[in-house]
Design a protein around this ligand. Sequence first.
Ligand SMILES: Nc1ncnc2c1ncn2[C@@H]1O[C@H](COP(=O)(O)OP(=O)(O)OP(=O)(O)O)[C@@H](O)[C@H]1O
Length: 302
Amino acid sequence: MSILVRDLTKNFGSQTAVNNVSFEIKKGNIVGFLGPNGAGKSTTMKMITGTLPADSGQVEVDGIDVALQPLEVKKHIGYLPEHNPLYLDMYVHEFLRFCGGIYGLSGKKLKNRVSELVDLCGLKKEQNKQIGTLSKGYRQRVGLAQALVHDPSVLILDEPTTGLDPNQIIEIRNLILSISQDKTVLLSTHIMQEVQALCNRAIIIKEGKLVADQAVSELTEEKEKFTIKIELEKHADLSFWTTHQEVNSLKLVTETEYLLEATRDIRKDIFKWATQNDVDLVGISLEKGNMEEVFHKLTQNN
Ligand SMILES: Nc1ncnc2c1ncn2[C@@H]1O[C@H](COP(=O)(O)OP(=O)(O)OP(=O)(O)O)[C@@H](O)[C@H]1O
């Protein structure tokens, strides 16, 4: 197991920020960590990286106990904290050399590693600039480069795309995908599409407690409602289906497109009916629920 979190709890005074949270992440997985503002995501991530001590519970990264071997475990973890704190007066190259030095790299090894990171994180043109002069997207690249400097097996990324414009978001997402090839990644985000684009699993917390831990595909699978999109070559009357016992509704979206809601996946029946009734189908597919709805359902206050 790459990351093991067991019964983790953190209180700030009388407030419980993280309440008995447990989960495990296997090697190579990219997992989205979701929750409303103040749910306890950053606090959990800080405890996983050993930046903040837990009140109780246990964290292991690559089998190493974070509380018992805090220095050893840091060799295995790359951490991009929320708000990406950087030394704005330093030059990109200088900063990455400084970070490598902290992990004991020096001489040729350090020089090679910094050039590798500059290439990997797309920083070639910016490497001789002062960090304070960089755009937010490039600052995130520098933050990711520093997290990767010691080639850790686990990456903890706290809201890596927050505050970026849409182009920068896509660039950073692609960068995360390319750098995470052989790594385990836990990333927190408020953007649901990000989880669908990047992650195979989502862990959702609310008020410090875990409320879901599932494959993204399972989370968005509707259990009792099947929305079927029917695309036609040319307009045809499908009102017959409104009399079907298992159909709740039928909506004409465009001249040639319907959305049908049923209590079962009746795509085969529709296909058969269309063939028998000379209706030219060009597409029939099951619509997935969206992550926003799932997130809202799981984290809203009743
Ligand atoms: N150092 C601290 N002292 C006191 N309270 C804190 C401290 N750090 C966090 N908290 C509180 O703990 C709760 C969880 O905060 P945390 O930052 O972990 O949430 P989050 O899910 O990361 O939120 P966001 O999405 O807004 O970043 C919040 O109510 C926060 O105010």
